[in-house]
Design a protein around this ligand. Structure first.
Ligand SMILES: Cc1cc2nc3c(=O)[nH]c(=O)nc-3n(C[C@H](O)[C@H](O)[C@H](O)COP(=O)(O)O)c2cc1C
Length: 197
């Protein structure tokens, strides 16, 4: 069975059941997901997302930007995934197999959550200057963005232009909704993919 979440169809996985069996839509065993955590206040919610994926049977590998580590530690994700957490382009386990290439090779889906205004801009501009942005640049795996930021940032025409560039390039998104923001206001920019708190 083709297990990749494809860009063409945005097909979500099934358990592979046939006939009258009802596949459990929450069962994701056998899937490999890479989660990139960026430096937004919603980074703490990504721990819940990662835990939920692991509980549904996914193998989850986490990469973090430097800014993400100001909000939540690699140890949290290491504990939740029982896997090494990757934070640098320069820590390749094998010199012939750099991790910006290796990490997404087996992945069915690459989630960026939260996707900051910064990483959205970097991807749209073709910049690959850290592990996460270099992984994006070097993967053929479907990428799902979960933007989360302050309303003024989200509504900034530059951010919107960058999102439009990525939409045209078939990047998937879970668009932010209106909700409680870390700046203690209610507005657009709330990362819906990451829960309501
Ligand atoms: C307290 C605090 C909260 C922040 N929250 C967000 C956020 O929710 N979304 C966002 O796009 N940037 C946010 N930023 C700004 C990013 O941390 C900053 O742009 C950083 O360079 C992002 O780096 P990265 O994309 O490599 O993770 C926040 C910064 C601070 C200090």
């Amino acid at each position: 069975m083709q297990k990749r979440f494809t860009r063409a169809t945005n097909r979500m996985p099934t358990s592979g059941a046939t006939g009258d069996e009802r596949p459990d839509p929450m069962e994701l065993s056998g899937y490999e997901v890479v989660v990139a955590v960026c430096g937004g206040i919603a980074a703490y919610k990504t721990a819940t997302l990662v835990s939920a994926l692991v509980q549904r049977g996914c193998g989850v590998t986490v990469a973090m930007t430097d800014a993400a580590q100001k909000f939540i530690t690699p140890l949290t994700f290491q504990s939740l995934t029982a896997r090494q957490v990757f934070t640098s382009t320069w820590d390749a386990a094998n010199y012939h197999d750099p991790q910006h290439l290796r990490l997404t090779e087996a992945a069915d889906l690459f989630i960026i959550a939260p996707a900051t205004a910064n990483v959205i801009g970097k991807i749209a501009g073709g910049i690959a200057d850290d592990l996460v942005s270099t992984m994006v640049m070097s993967t053929d795996c479907p990428v799902l963005l979960a933007p989360a930021m302050n309303t003024r940032m989200w509504e900034n025409p530059i951010v919107q232009r960058n999102m439009n560039v990525l939409r045209e390039l078939n990047y998937r998104e879970v668009p932010p909704g209106a909700g409680w923001l870390a700046c203690r206001t209610i507005g657009a920019g709330h990362g819906r993919a990451l829960g309501n708190s």
